[in-house]
Design a protein around this ligand. Structure first.
Ligand SMILES: C[S@@+](CC[C@H](N)C(=O)[O-])C[C@H]1O[C@@H](n2cnc3c(N)ncnc32)[C@H](O)[C@@H]1O
Length: 293
C-alpha cells in the first residue's frame, strides 16, 4: 500500500482552509479562504469553480500555505491582496493607506443625497480631507461626471496610491492630490467637502483587533485623547472653504456624532435635521453640516 498523501484538489484545499480559519475564530472563513486560494493560484471566482477538481502542485500548495499563515497571524485579507473593493471600485492599497471600510460608504451616500437629484449635471468642486487610498473622492467622482476633486493627506505614500487608483479607474483627469494637513493648503470654493479622519481615542488603540492595530497605519486611526482632534482642526477649515449652501460630510466613530454636530455649529455651519446617517449596524456614522445659503 502506498503511504503517499492523497492528491489535493483546489476544492479540497479551499474547504480545508475555510475549516482552519473557522477553527481559528476568523469572522468570514469561507470568503477569506476563497480569496486567498484564488490569489495564490491567480484564479477569480469563476476560475476557482471551473478548476475545482484540478489537483494542486506542491508549489501551489506551498503558496496557499504561506498566505494562510499570514491570515492566521492576524493580517487582513485586503492587506495580503493589496487591494479592496469600495463602492464597487477596485482600489489598490499600500502600507500607509487604511483599508477602506464598508461603513464609509455611508459618507458617500449622505454626500450624494446632499447634492440633490440634479447632481450628475452640476459642475461641482469636491475636497476629500485625509483621502488615504482615495476611496471617498473616487467613489464620488465615479457618480458625478461633471465634478472635479482634490484629495489631501499627510502621507505621500497614500497620495501616490490614491493617484494610482485614480489613473486605473480613468478618473485622473478630474482628481488632484496634495500633501497638507487637512484643508490647510486649499483655497477657493467647494460645493462639497468630505472626510473620514482618524477618530479612535488614543487610549483605545491597543485594544483594537490585531487586523486593525497591527496593520492599519497609526496616522489613520489616532484621533488624540478624546478622538476628536481631527474634527477640531478640519471643521473650521472646511467651513471657510464651502460655498453658500455647500455641505461638509464627515464619518464619525460610535458616540461622537453629538460632539461633531457641536463643532460644526460652533464653526457656523447649519446642522440639518436629521444631521446623521446610520451605518448597517444602526450606528450614526456620517454627520452633515451646511454653509448657510
Ligand atoms: C481613517 S483614514 C481614511 C482614509 C480614507 N479616506 C478612507 O476613508 O478609507 C484617515 C486618513 O487621514 C490621514 N491623515 C491623518 N492626519 C492627517 C492630517 N493632519 N491631514 C491630512 N490627512 C491626515 C491619514 O494618513 C489617513 O490616510
Amino acid at each position: 500500500m502506498s503511504d503517499r498523501a492523497p492528491p489535493v484538489t483546489i476544492d479540497t484545499a479551499r474547504r480545508a482552509l475555510a475549516a482552519r480559519f473557522a477553527g481559528a475564530g476568523l469572522d468570514s472563513p469561507e470568503l477569506d479562504a476563497r480569496l486567498l486560494v484564488g490569489a495564490a493560484l491567480s484564479l477569480d471566482l469563476t476560475g476557482l469553480v471551473s478548476h475545482g477538481q484540478r489537483q494542486l502542485t506542491a508549489d501551489e500548495a506551498a503558496r496557499i500555505e504561506r498566505l494562510a499563515q499570514r491570515r492566521l497571524g492576524g493580517e487582513p485579507v485586503a492587506r495580503i491582496l493589496g487591494a479592496k473593493e469600495f463602492w464597487g471600485l477596485p482600489l489598490r492599497l499600500s502600507a500607509e493607506t487604511l483599508v477602506p471600510r464598508p461603513d464609509t460608504e455611508t459618507v458617500v451616500e449622505l454626500a450624494l443625497e446632499a447634492l440633490g437629484s440634479d447632481r450628475r449635471n452640476r459642475r461641482l468642486c469636491i475636497a476629500d480631507l485625509g483621502t488615504g487610498s482615495g476611496a471617498i473622492l473616487l467613489a464620488l467622482l465615479s457618480e458625478l461626471p461633471n465634478a472635479i476633486g482634490i484629495g489631501t493627506d499627510l502621507s505621500l505614500d497614500a497620495l501616490l496610491t490614491a493617484r494610482d487608483n485614480a489613473v486605473r479607474l480613468g478618473l485622473a483627469d478630474r482628481a488632484d492630490f496634495v500633501a497638507c494637513s487637512y484643508a490647510s493648503a486649499l483655497s477657493g470654493w467647494f460645493d462639497l467637502i468630505v472626510s473620514n479622519p482618524p477618530y479612535i481615542r488614543a487610549g483605545d488603540i491597543a485594544g483594537l483587533a490585531i487586523e486593525v492595530r497591527a496593520h492599519d497605519p497609526l496616522r489613520a486611526l489616532d484621533g488624540g485623547v478624546d478622538g476628536l482632534d481631527a474634527y477640531r482642526a478640519l471643521i473650521p477649515q472646511a467651513a471657510g472653504l464651502l460655498r453658500p449652501g455647500g455641505a461638509l460630510v464627515v464619518e464619525v466613530g460610535q458616540g461622537q456624532s453629538g460632539d461633531v454636530e457641536g463643532l460644526m455649529t460652533k464653526a457656523g455651519l447649519q446642522v440639518d435635521f436629521p444631521a446623521t446617517r446610520a451605518d448597517l449596524a444602526g450606528i450614526p456614522r456620517a454627520v452633515i453640516g451646511r454653509k448657510k445659503p
